[in-house]
Ligand binder design. Structure first.
Ligand code: MG
Length: 268
């Protein structure tokens, strides 16, 4: 099994980066692993922590329509250049976290995506240089209020709600280019999305290089690489799983904004 890099919150309120062991114990690190974090003399037992999103990005840069079959299902051509948008850091939640269904929308879609985690400051990089700046890979769900995306004409509101960027559960250093991405809803064993990540139009190296011509990427920043065809709506009460071979799976569920759980989250 590939080494899994996690970020956890302990029962006594400490946040640690760490290495997840097969027995679910976490060996704590003294810094994020992409900043040379080293193991310290602290082993966390499975009942003493909860998993957080595996990094804390200064920004999440996402790419629209980066799979030809998804561009086609949206009734648009594949863009000539990567189509970028931002999701705010406040949209990020961990695996097992609740996606809050906003009152302003009547159509909230899942979008399963491969996420890149940047390990090193990156500005004006060639794609060869960009490759060395990608520290690892994780899983994301680019949750989208589809009706607001169409209504607004740009995507800040549709993509930017709190909880609209489930991320994790952990980071791995390498991924097979032919790894399969699949999205599942509830108990249906048939995926609603299924594609190999090498079907993407612009590769991770090209995307990171392209973004770095615009803005400085910082360690811990996240790039979402686009979703394949099969996007669809989620309802309150649904469970959604995005799985990528060689990483694992990201599990979340959808709740009403008015739910008591939300009040609890906002109060904490
Ligand atoms: Mg997307």
């Amino acid at each position: 099994m590939a080494q899994r890099y996690v970020r956890v919150l302990t029962n006594d309120g400490q946040i640690h980066y760490g290495l997840l062991q097969v027995d679910r114990q976490v060996r704590a690190l003294d810094a994020p692993p992409w900043l040379e974090g080293q193991p310290i003399d602290l082993e966390l037992t499975p009942d003493s922590y909860q998993i957080l999103a595996p990094c804390y990005p200064s920004k999440v840069i996402a790419v629209g329509k980066n799979y030809a079959n998804h561009a086609s299902e949206m009734g648009t051509p594949v863009p000539q250049e990567p189509l970028l948008f931002l999701k705010p850091p406040t949209s990020v939640i961990a695996s097992e976290g609740a996606i809050q269904y906003p009152v302003q929308t009547e159509r909230v879609d899942y979008e399963g995506e491969l996420a890149l985690v940047i390990g090193d400051r990156c500005l004006n990089c060639t794609s060869t240089e960009a490759h060395t700046k990608i520290w690892g890979y994780t899983i994301a769900n680019d949750v989208t209020a589809r009706d607001l995306q169409k209504k607004d004409g740009q995507w800040t509101r549709a993509k930017g709600f709190d909880t609209f960027c489930p991320l994790g559960p952990w980071i791995v250093r390498e991924i097979n280019s032919s790894a399969r991405l699949q999205t599942f809803l509830n108990d249906d064993p048939n995926p609603v999305q299924s594609a190999q990540i090498d079907e993407m139009v612009f590769s991770p190296d090209v995307l990171v290089s392209y973004i770095s011509q615009v803005m400085t990427l910082l360690p811990g920043d996240v790039v979402l690489t686009g979703t394949p065809e099969g996007v669809g709506a989620m309802k309150i009460g649904d469970r959604v799983r995005v799985a990528i071979e060689g990483i694992g799976h990201l599990d979340n569920f959808v709740i009403d904004r008015e739910s008591p759980i939300v009040k609890e989250i906002e109060a904490s």
